[in-house]
Design a protein around this ligand. Structure first.
Ligand code: GLV
Ligand code: MG
Length: 336
């Protein structure tokens, strides 16, 4: 369980609104699986799909055509009534300056707010966007007598958002976490790529020249800086960081590599936009058995978490004990 700390400037607005900073359960969130809710065939398969994923998200924003926005919203309300087992239910609503946002929030919270765990808010630029959502949700929760607060997950996908990432992370006790949105972020930054996440063959460094030997560019991770910045902002605020989408469904190996970089850097999950990415996320965001075994040896070698010991020639101390605990705690959660 985590405890959300109330921030000085955050005040519940409405009498009767639930307290967003009460204790909330921590659950596995290895993949946020996106579905288009306006497609009936997709909705019909939801109970089966929900058994395979940690989170089902009904997408109302980009990739849903403008003339289907209403149908997607109504479809999401239908979808919220389905049996989703233990999977959490999220929606990605349209952005704050779009014509659909008020109806997205009003209708969804009004009709199925008690089923909804998290609202993903796209194109968040600063804490003011979260404050607006925060108050709106407090009003609606009070009006509809909801017992559980609806949390907010921000997509980090504009240059301004990245500049303000720390203030966004601490903007409200309602903040659940944050995802990197590499496609919109690339556009906002003027990056010269049309890819959705992943690397680029031209972004790299050449090894030093060694005589006339041919040199090959060593590709670098385009997203390293932003993921690192986002992870620090999130962990310092006690919220959860996620890698976002990987658009090339034909390249499972590259998707796995991108997810793994994010996992090693501290992210807890990623988006799955295609069913084939569910198992990739499940594999990557659960610790490797060998890694768990070694971490357990560290914990066993230092039962009170202090001192220094050598295991297979590697020095272990209070800090590596804490590193090991991160891995073992996650393994226990996966096994539970
Ligand atoms: C996701 O929304 C992205 O823009 O990458
Ligand atoms: Mg986007």
């Amino acid at each position: 369980m985590t405890t959300k700390t109330p921030r000085a400037y955050w005040k519940p607005l409405a009498i009767g609104a639930p307290e967003p900073y009460r204790e909330l359960p921590v659950r596995l969130e290895r993949m946020i699986h996106f579905v288009p809710p306006h497609i009936e065939k997709v909705r019909a398969k939801l109970p089966e799909l929900a058994r395979k994923v940690d989170i089902v998200l009904g997408n109302l924003e980009d990739a849903i055509p403008a003339d289907q926005k209403e149908a997607a919203r109504r479809g999401f309300i239908e979808m919220a009534k389905a049996d989703l087992g233990t999977a959490a239910l999220w929606t990605r609503i349209n952005c704050l300056n779009s014509p659909w946002i008020l109806d997205d929030i009003g209708e969804i919270v009004g009709e199925v707010g008690d089923r909804l765990d998290v609202i993903m808010l796209p194109k968040v630029e600063g804490p003011w966007d979260i404050h607006y959502m925060d108050q709106l949700l407090a009003q609606l929760e009070a009006r509809h007598g909801l017992k559980k607060p609806i949390l907010i997950h921000a997509i980090l996908e504009t240059a301004e958002g990245v500049k303000n990432v720390e203030a966004i992370a601490t903007s409200s006790p309602r903040m659940h976490g944050m995802s990197l949105g590499p496609a919109d972020l690339a556009a906002s930054r003027g990056m010269k790529t049309t890819r959705v996440g992943g690397g680029h063959p031209d972004y790299g460094v050449l090894p030093d020249a060694a005589g006339d030997a041919p040199r090959t560019l060593v590709q670098q991770d385009l997203w390293h800086y932003t993921v690192a910045k986002m992870v620090d902002a999130c962990l310092a605020a006690g919220i959860r960081p996620f890698y976002g989408p990987f658009g090339d469904f034909s390249d499972a190996a590259a998707c796995e590599a991108q997810f793994r970089n994010a996992f090693l850097m501290g992210c807890v999950g990623a988006w799955s936009l295609h069913p084939s990415q569910i198992d990739i996320a499940k594999k990557v965001f659960s610790p490797e058995p060998e890694e768990v075994k070694f971490a357990l040896r560290i914990l066993e070698a230092m039962p009170d978490g202090s001192g220094a010991v050598m295991i297979e020639g590697k020095m272990q101390d209070d800090a590596t004990w804490k590193q090991a605990k991160v891995i073992v705690d996650l393994a226990r959660q996966v096994a539970a």
